[in-house]
Design a protein around this ligand. Structure first.
Ligand code: C2G
Length: 132
């Protein structure tokens, strides 16, 4: 079984996320998503999630392309994750291009083109703009 892993916040889930998950899953037979915890998002990414971890996890688990969701608690866990979970392919959107090449000695590293014209930041800004 060819196992794929990808990481992310996946807050305000949108079609750009689903597009990434679909293509990631197509690279193997099993997709693990390492989902950033609320603490990691705030402490390390200065991102305050709209939805808490358990809701973001539940939504990801409902996506047909996703086989397993694990917590992403720090930047350093990727090395151990790919070994612990027997990962063959590490996938991220190409906004991260080159950032995870250090994993190439453990697994294939693939950066997929981001889906244009959609992002969580864009959704939040558009909602603010529509406020009366
Ligand atoms: N993505 C995409 N197209 C978009 C928006 C996002 O392909 N329009 C991809 C990103 O490139 C990423 C994934 O969807 O691979 C999840 O995006 P985020 O939730 O924004 O992830 P991020 O906050 O970048 O966290 O350790 C890595 C980090 O956890 C990644």
């Amino acid at each position: 079984m060819k196992k794929v892993i990808t990481y992310g916040t996946y807050d305000l889930l949108h079609w750009g996320h689903v597009n990434l998950l679909r293509r990631a899953r197509e690279l193997g037979d099993y997709l693990v998503v390492a989902l950033s915890t609320d603490e990691f998002n705030w402490n390390m990414k200065r991102k305050k999630c709209y939805f808490p971890y358990d809701k973001r996890k539940m939504m990801l688990e409902a996506i047909r392309y996703v086989d397993e969701v694990i917590p992403e608690e720090n930047w350093e866990q990727k090395d151990t994750d790919v070994v612990k979970h027997g990962i063959d392919v590490f996938v991220m959107g190409d906004d991260w291009k080159g950032k995870f090449d250090f994993l190439k000695d453990k697994c294939e590293v693939v950066y997929l083109p981001r889906t244009p014209d959609i992002s969580t930041t864009q959704i939040k800004k558009e909602l603010e703009r529509r406020q009366p």
